[in-house]
Design a protein around this ligand. Structure first.
Ligand SMILES: Cc1cc2nc3c(=O)[nH]c(=O)nc-3n(C[C@H](O)[C@H](O)[C@H](O)COP(=O)(O)OP(=O)(O)OC[C@H]3O[C@@H](n4cnc5c(N)ncnc54)[C@H](O)[C@@H]3O)c2cc1C
Length: 500
């Protein structure tokens, strides 16, 4: 008889784990508390406008494709994506505009022309980020680092012995300022720390690996927007016979001595052979499996940043803006001091503007645009959010006017705002943090929760709040680790049984 698995939560990590387990032949049921799947990859509809709720930058699409391929399906029959010829536009207060072209040669030429930095510095930097990826990705991204035996396997020791080569001893900002003469480039490449909600002045330079994902491997965009990836995975789940219980939150797990026996929802009790949690791991131990000691340990590491997002239906068309745009803060260090030391939002925050209607017809009515305007915000620790929201909105509108010459508040015809508490509530994430723990610190990678439980041998964890971390590719990598681990655990049990 096929083993039965429950997946708790239908975010990208939960969907990927469900599909991978189904691909291995298990019977899989997903319990999702919301009406919709996708979690942080949801969408918002408002007066003829559509917005992606959270992620907007799509890298490593191969990790999504492999789920279809393992199921014997052609990914392109479900969804399509293209590489972006320009991944972002960077605006600086002195009027400089840098276009991040998809082709490395074009990008290096643009950076040199706009900042005077020799092109060779840019190439050397991108090669260094490739080396870090090659040394670390296999071990840290695609394997559990919580199993000593796997860590010690030959080959896996390489990154640990190459601490210097992977740049683990200095911060991203220290490495970038040593590498570039131009402070504009330092700021541009420091920004990648925010891709996992961290502080460039404290995160190890190893995380320059993110530059490799974006500039050497490329940024992609799915036809129909980011949410189209979720819709494609839903169709694959339907096709492969995965059951989904929507609007059915899991309220608690029913533990036995060394294994979980069942789960409880408002609709009743269900028993399964195995369980994969895709919930934020802090809330999992808070709500489903009360473990004060684990919770205490989990709460210690600093959390990643959250965000303040304005979804604006904008009456007008602004051709100077592209799909992804950044208006940089004048004083970047100050912005991170506000976020991590003061738990507040800088009066001059870096502003990110994502306009999917630039490429997705139908995301805004004709002649109008859907502006997703985001600034970094600290995790929610009970700040006065009404005040911070109002102040940030005034500052953002003024910054857009100052740097782009657009008086956007005159064009906003509808608006929705998400702040850290509402992100927390919408996406069930602890304190509204976007990426679980921050990566501020040399050993942050080792502080993330493992992809399996040490106490219950049939309980596993996937998603952005556990190893290897937040962001779509890492959440997908965590699902791959879980699925590999379940396969291995099953084999070990079968071998033991056969020996008896
Ligand atoms: C504003 C924002 C911007 C981002 N930008 C990017 C980006 O540009 N690129 C990128 O790669 N990543 C980005 N991310 C991060 C990325 O979205 C996440 O890392 C990733 O989507 C997390 O997926 P997950 O698998 O952890 O699940 P989540 O999306 O966190 O989903 C967890 C699911 O569990 C469900 N759930 C919770 N409790 C229960 C329960 N008791 N019972 C049943 N179901 C439950 C929730 O409803 C939810 O659907 C961004 C995130 C946000 C919020």
């Amino acid at each position: 008889m096929k083993k039965k698995f429950a997946v708790i939560g239908g975010g990208i990590g939960g969907m990927a784990a469900a599909i991978s387990l189904r691909n291995q032949g298990y019977e899989v049921t997903v319990f999702e508390k919301n009406r919709y799947l996708g979690g942080k990859m949801g969408q918002i509809q408002m007066q003829g406008y559509r917005f992606d709720l959270g992620p907007s930058v799509f890298t490593m699409p191969g990790l999504v494709d492999e789920l279809f391929e393992a199921a014997g399906e052609a990914p392109r029959a479900y969804y399509r994506y293209d590489p972006l010829s320009q991944s972002c536009q960077y605006f600086y207060e002195d009027g400089t505009l840098i276009r991040a072209f998809g082709e490395v040669e074009d990008f290096a030429r643009e950076l040199a022309a706009k900042t005077g930095e020799p092109q060779s510095h840019i190439h050397r930097f991108l090669e260094k980020s490739r080396t870090i990826y090659e040394l670390t990705a296999d071990l840290f991204m695609f394997h559990s680092i919580h199993e000593p035996a796997a860590m010690l396997k030959r080959g896996n020791l390489k990154p640990l012995l190459n601490f210097r080569k992977i740049d683990a001893f200095r911060t991203m900002h220290q490495a970038n300022s040593r590498h570039f003469n131009s402070s504009k480039l330092v700021q541009l490449f420091d920004r990648y720390a925010t891709y996992n909600g961290s502080d460039p002045y404290r995160i190890p330079a190893t995380f320059n690996i993110i530059t490799h994902l974006e500039h050497n491997m490329g940024v992609f965009y799915p036809e129909g927007g980011i949410h189209a990836v979720v819709e494609a995975l839903q169709r694959l789940m339907d096709k492969t016979g995965i059951r989904v219980h929507r609007q059915e939150p899991v309220e608690k797990l029913l533990p036995g001595k060394d294994r979980i026996q069942g789960l409880q929802t408002p609709q009743g009790r269900y028993d399964f052979d195995g369980f994969v949690s895709n919930m934020d791991v802090n809330l999992f131990y808070d709500q489903l499996l009360k473990e004060e000691r684990t919770l205490k340990k989990l709460r210690k590491p600093e959390k990643s940043t959250s965000a303040l997002i304005f979804y604006w239906g904008v009456d007008g068309s602004f051709p100077d803006l592209s799909l992804h745009n950044i208006l940089f803060a004048k004083n970047y260090r100050q912005e991170f001091d506000y976020l991590f030391k003061q738990g507040s939002i800088s009066p001059d925050p870096t502003v990110y503007i994502y306009i999917s209607s630039r490429v997705v017809e139908g995301d805004a009515p004709r002649g109008k645009e859907n502006w997703y305007v985001m600034v970094n915000a600290p995790e929610d620790t009970g700040q006065d959010w009404a005040r911070l929201r109002a102040e940030a909105r005034t500052n953002v509108v003024a910054k857009i006017q100052r740097m782009l010459g657009i008086q956007v508040d005159r064009h906003i015809e509808c608006e929705k705002i998400l702040d850290p508490p509402s992100i927390g509530a919408y996406t069930t994430s602890y304190h509204g943090s976007l990426y679980g723990n921050s990566s501020n610190g040399k050993f942050a990678a080792f502080n993330r929760h493992a992809n399996f439980s040490r106490r219950y041998h049939n309980l596993y964890f996937t998603g952005g709040s556990v190893h290897p971390g937040g962001g779509i590719p890492l959440a997908l990598a965590s699902a791959r680790i879980v699925s590999d681990k379940i396969r291995k655990d099953d084999k070990t049990r079968q071998r033991r049984k056969a020996r008896k």
